[in-house]
Design a protein around this ligand. Structure first.
Ligand SMILES: NC(=O)c1ccc[n+]([C@@H]2O[C@H](COP(=O)([O-])OP(=O)(O)OC[C@H]3O[C@@H](n4cnc5c(N)ncnc54)[C@H](O)[C@@H]3O)[C@@H](O)[C@H]2O)c1
Length: 272
């Protein structure tokens, strides 16, 4: 072995439970009032993180209020539209004041649009771009600014989609696909630029996971329910809990050597 390689200290490294711990860390989650965002909130709170949720909704799902009660972590809901640049920046400043630090950020706020490509209007595309791309971009930027100022590093996970990898059989979501592709491409650029501040940036690409968003999609196009399982190698739609391990992995020190990558959780759909 070359002497230029770093020395190792045997095999008795940090315990796995410590690597996966987020104890005392602050995680900001956009779109965390319900759906995948709230599932992420539960996952990180279970490993000790305090959670600041940023969302448009006045009233989050009732389980949001159980986080503090059942897991003993600090939580707070901030009502903000991620497309409002000034309000979003102010909200990140408030979180820093309220929680003392911003250590991790998950950008889960996002919307779909099931409409034929030939019928997408400029307003449709602008709305998708401003929520899914601009909202993600600036949430990541404001989080990274705080992490840089703190000098403590951090990690960011942006929620993309299999729609950034594939067409979505049975649906017409071209505008949505454009936005999720942008997040995947942007992740690699952010990972490259922010590594100097010890900030890691990764994405998760969920497949079809049952949330309010999916329920609304199915209501608008009931055939999805019959068609989808045929296209998914595992034969069924995913559940919110299927993403819990992934978010803790990518935010925590368990993935300390991972940046600029995408984790696909889709029952085998993209690989198929
Ligand atoms: N559910 C799926 O099957 C699936 C698959 C792939 C990707 N995704 C992505 O995962 C993310 C979460 O999806 P979900 O299924 O939990 O959807 P959801 O609709 O259940 O939850 C989205 C949350 O984002 C919030 N939000 C929307 N626009 C906002 C805005 N402008 N400002 C602030 N908050 C806003 C909503 O109020 C809601 O609480 C989205 O980015 C979505 O594209 C979901």
């Amino acid at each position: 072995m070359s002497s230029a390689l770093p020395a190792t200290d045997g095999y008795r490294h940090t315990a796995l439970t410590d690597l996966f711990s987020l104890k005392g860390k602050t995680v900001v989650i956009t779109g965390g009032a319900r759906g995948l965002g709230l599932a992420f909130a539960w996952a990180v709170a279970e490993v000790g993180a305090n959670v600041a949720v940023l969302d448009l909704l006045d009233k989050p799902h009732e389980d949001f209020y159980l986080l503090e009660k059942e897991l003993g972590v600090k939580t707070k809901l901030y009502r903000v539209d991620v497309t409002d640049y000034e309000a979003l920046e102010r909200t990140f400043d408030e979180v820093k004041k309220d929680f003392g630090s911003i250590d991790h950020c998950v950008t889960s706020a996002g919307v779909p649009k099931d409409k034929p490509f030939l019928e997408h209007t400029q307003a449709d595309l602008r709305s998708l771009l401003s929520i899914n791309v601009e909202g993600t971009f600036f949430a990541a930027q404001f989080a990274a600014k705080h992490m840089k100022a703190q000098g403590t590093g951090g990690s960011i996970v942006m929620i993309a989609s299999i729609a950034g990898h594939n067409s979505c059989p049975g649906k017409s979501v071209s505008g949505y696909c454009f936005t999720k592709g942008a997040i995947l491409a942007g992740c690699r650029a952010l990972a490259d630029e922010l590594v100097q501040y010890n900030i890691r940036v990764n994405t998760i690409s969920p497949g079809y996971i049952l949330t309010d968003m999916t329920v609304a999609n199915i209501a608008a196009r009931p055939t999805i329910l019959q068609d989808l399982p045929k296209n998914i190698p595992m034969g069924h739609i995913g559940d919110r809990r299927d993403l819990k391990g992934a978010i803790v992995l990518l935010l925590s020190q368990a993935s300390a050597y991972t940046t600029g990558t995408d984790l696909i959780i889709d029952g085998g759909l993209v690989a198929h």
